[in-house]
Write a protein that binds this ligand. Structure first.
Ligand code: GTP
Ligand code: MG
Length: 351
């Protein structure tokens, strides 16, 4: 599929259940009735079975082609979506599976052609009763269905794989490469979704437990300083302190989003008495995030000062001012403290 689509190229993709597809096609083919022409019973049955097989073949092939047509060509999709395919599955595996499904179409066509030929090939003669030929035709029809069934059964695993991939990928947001993008990231439960929810129109999910956010969620902010300039702001799944190889898929999605689309990040630390990670752990996450960022537009927010753990706050504050020389912004997103400063920083970096 060519990708002149704006936003998520997977949004038009569909899932397909090949067993259901076959069942429906066969069911509909059974509704075809014997042709009303003046000829022998054998001939009329022959025509009916040929019609049924042609119907099943056409129905399956049309649906499978449509399924494939709606899957974007990975070589022509934005790096962000390609990275997401690689996070959830693997680009290689994805392409191989698509190849298998194209092969499926050829097998369906070959199998159908074979039985159309066999059915056409039955020569009637006057030495045998008509029931003999009728039985023969019915046997071929049953054979066709059995072979088709077992073939579809064999390849249904490939479809399961692609269907689950498509469900994940369809849920990705519409990224607009024409707008600059700021990604909000940080440890779990630090207030990322709360911030994106307060600053933008994004429909975020907020809860008191960590790892609430499972997907990247986009919102938009209109800058005040530059008339009509809009930027994208992105809520992301929280990052735990662990090696890259042990990271959950949601965390990898956050890091890949930073690598592929971030023009800047807002890193939110959790400085509260309720924090799940120590200052040192949060700092390590910060350092990993910056290694994925292609530029140096970073805003550091120290959140939850309303229930601040002073030691944690001071340790993080010192690290930021000393080691990276930017001015951290103390925040209580819940009480809307510091949001203006965040907005001013965004204006300064992107305005
Ligand atoms: N006391 C206090 N609570 C806050 C503040 N900001 C957010 N919270 C609360 O912290 C909890 C987590 O907030 P979220 O916005 O869901 O945090 P998150 O970083 O998106 O969490 P994950 O998606 O799980 O990584 C919620 O119960 C919020 O109400 C704050 O400034 N002060
Ligand atoms: Mg969240």
């Amino acid at each position: 599929m060519s990708n002149n689509i704006k936003g998520n190229p997977f949004k038009y993709a569909i899932t397909i259940d090949p067993k259901q597809l076959l069942e429906t096609a066969v069911g509909r083919s059974l509704k075809l009735s014997l042709p009303k022409i003046k000829t022998s019973k054998t001939e009329r049955l022959r025509i009916l079975l040929l019609n049924r097989i042609r119907y099943i073949e056409k129905n399956l092939v049309t649906n499978l082609l449509e399924f494939l047509r709606r899957i974007p060509d990975l070589d022509n999709t934005h790096e962000f979506y390609r990275a997401a395919v690689d996070v959830y599955f693997s680009i290689d595996e994805f392409k191989k599976t698509l190849g298998r499904i194209s092969g499926t179409i050829r097998v369906i066509e070959k199998l159908s052609e074979e039985y159309l030929r066999n059915i056409r090939g039955i020569k009637v003669n006057i030495y045998l009763p008509e029931t003999f030929f009728v039985r023969h035709l019915k046997k071929l029809w049953r054979q066709y269905l059995a072979r088709m069934n077992s073939f579809i059964y064999e390849i249904s695993e490939a479809f399961d794989y692609l269907n689950s991939a498509i469900k994940k990928l369809k849920a990705l947001p519409d990224y607009n490469p024409e707008l600059e993008t700021i990604i909000v990231c940080g440890p779990p439960n630090s207030g990322k979704s709360s911030l994106v929810g307060k600053l933008s129109n994004a429909r975020v999910q907020i809860a008191e437990y960590p790892f609430t956010t499972k997907n990247v969620v986009f919102g938009h902010i209109k800058l005040r300083s530059r008339f009509e300039k809009t930027i994208q702001i992105v809520d992301t799944p929280g990052l735990f302190d662990r090696p890259l190889g042990d990271r959950k898929k949601e965390e990898l999605l956050t890091l890949q989003s930073i690598r592929t689309i971030a023009n800047g990040v807002i890193f939110l630390f959790d400085c509260s008495v309720e924090r799940t990670l120590s200052a040192e752990q949060q700092i390590r996450i910060y350092q990993e995030v910056t290694s994925f960022l292609r530029n140096s537009k970073i805003i550091a927010g120290l959140n939850k000062i309303d229930i601040m753990d002073e030691k944690v706050y001071n340790a993080i504050y010192d690290f930021i001012t000393r080691d990276i020389n930017i001015k951290p912004i103390p925040l209580s997103i819940k009480q809307s403290i510091g949001l203006d400063q965040i907005l001013s920083e965004i204006e300064r970096l992107f305005g």
